[in-house]
Design a protein around this ligand. Structure first.
Ligand code: FAD
Length: 427
């Protein structure tokens, strides 16, 4: 095993891990993309911290009993130990280098942590194309570029897959007769791009982006320098911007049904919004919730007719039209109040519920790019037909760019067009 990592089994756990003064242990599995994303970071950090902290790995599938005893239910899971006691954060899923270093530093004195940080040497990596964002648009661009033998690095702040990985079911992506689970479709897309030969930097912190110089700094020390940049960073749910929203975000207010609906089994839920996402997600939440009220600003829904028909036929769902939320108030542990205003009269009232889901549209993820990109009136990136932005050699694809319809198929089409255009220019 590379770096200063030792592979152990359950029989060695007590002596090696609990017996070490300071230790870190990674429960990994095979055929596990997040484990692959972690491997090089873990190895690299073992070289930096290995004289002070013992680095271990254990194969979860063959050491299940120990994993269960320690409450480890997924791979990778990283645990930190101080004199035999588990301390710090229990890291799982798409683990970032910054999360690892924060926990490793906690095991050391401030001076030693600073000394190690000071010993990190900057790294410069050259490639032909750097893609920012590994949703359907970025992965497709990566697939085509790699197949055209263009040296491509794809950077994602999370694990690749984008929105598809958190979409419950996708029934409109061509090639599959039955609806596909979103995370499987995302998995196929990222594995296909990897197999074609892209280099993936997943679950990283993007420190800075210079679109003019075509330089992307990740995790504070690696500068990726490219000839062309593809922006494929997608969009994020738009906040309502009202009192209580930021405070209770992730704690009573959610923006992702696939992620959070399961916590509302037999509970009352309010959904804000009336477009496609709101109604489709409401139908999913209704499988769990006891009752669901859709609060919408207009007199009718904007969702597609099929989704509307299902929502109106669902006995658990009721509607409050021509109302807008004005504030969220928390009462106790599992009780929220949504203050809504009737738009015609201005009259306000409080609706009690267990949780709120907000689906009122999206904003493009562009905060890390300097203000030189030409945007449309809604803040999406303007491109020409070949996905070129106003900055030479910078392309934008997928949900982040100006377009009428934001779907997986349209994102994939953008990625294809940009990649073919780039490969032609580079040859
Ligand atoms: C709830 C929901 C359900 C949907 N259902 C369907 C459906 O059934 N069928 C369909 O066709 N479409 C559906 N869509 C739309 C579809 O998911 C999107 O159109 C599509 O995912 C857009 O792809 P993308 O690659 O442009 O962006 P995304 O999928 O949003 O991917 C963007 C990627 O960029 C990464 N990123 C963000 N910022 C940075 C940064 N600064 N640096 C590096 N990486 C970054 C993100 O981590 C992410 O992986 C749905 C969308 C939602 C929200």
């Amino acid at each position: 095993m590379a770096g200063k990592i030792r592979e152990i089994n359950a029989d060695q756990y007590e002596k090696e891990v609990l017996g070490a003064e300071k230790a870190v242990l990674d429960f990994y599995s095979t055929e596990c993309p997040p484990c692959e994303a972690l491997a090089s970071k873990y190895e690299d950090l073992s070289i930096l911290y290995g004289d002070d902290i013992s680095f271990f790995k254990i194969f979860r599938q063959e050491n299940r009993e120990l994993a269960e005893r320690l409450g480890v239910s997924g791979s990778p899971t990283v645990l930190f130990y101080d004199n035999g006691e588990i301390v710090g954060d229990r890291l799982a899923g798409g683990i970032k280098r910054s999360e690892l270093t924060a926990n490793l530093n906690e095991l050391l004195s401030e001076d030693r942590a600073r000394e190690i940080a000071g010993s990190i040497k900057p790294v410069r990596t050259e490639c032909q194309v750097v893609i920012l964002g590994g949703g359907p648009a970025g992965l497709t661009a990566g697939l085509y570029l790699a197949q055209a033998h263009v040296d491509t690095i794809l950077v994602d702040t999370a694990l690749p897959g984008g929105y598809v990985s958190t979409t419950h079911q996708v029934s409109n992506y061509p090639g599959f007769i039955e609806p596909q689970q979103g995370f499987m479709l995302a998995h196929y897309m990222s594995e296909q791009a990897k197999a074609a030969g892209i280099t993936l930097r997943a679950a990283v912190d993007v420190t800075s982006v210079d679109l003019v110089k075509k330089e992307v700094v990740i995790d504070g020390f690696e500068t990726i320098s490219a000839r062309k940049v593809v922006i494929a960073t997608g969009s994020s749910p738009k906040p309502l911007g009202i009192e209580g929203e930021m405070e209770f975000r992730g704690n009573g207010i959610s923006y992702c049904a696939t992620c959070d609906a399961k916590y509302y089994e037999d509970k009352d839920v309010i959904v804000i919004g009336g477009g496609n996402s709101a109604i489709e997600e409401a139908l999913f939440i209704s499988k769990f919730a006891k009752s669901l009220t859709i609060v919408h600003q207009f007199a009718e829904l904007q969702a597609n007719k099929e989704a509307q028909k299902k929502a109106f036929a669902d006995e658990k769902i009721s509607f409050l039209f021509e109302h807008e939320p004005r504030a969220f108030i928390r009462h106790g542990n599992m009780d929220m109040e949504v203050v809504v205003e009737e738009l015609k009269t201005g009259e306000r009232k409080g609706l009690r519920t267990n949780g709120v889901f907000v689906f009122v549209g999206f904003i493009p993820n562009l905060s890390q790019f300097n203000g030189r990109l030409k945007l449309d009136q809604w803040g999406y990136v303007d491109t020409d037909e070949e996905m070129r932005t106003n900055i030479p050699d910078v392309y934008a694809v997928g949900d982040v760019r100006t377009k009428a319809y934001r779907q997986i198929t349209t994102a994939v089409a953008d990625g294809t067009i940009a990649a073919i255009s780039i490969s032609k220019e580079l040859t």
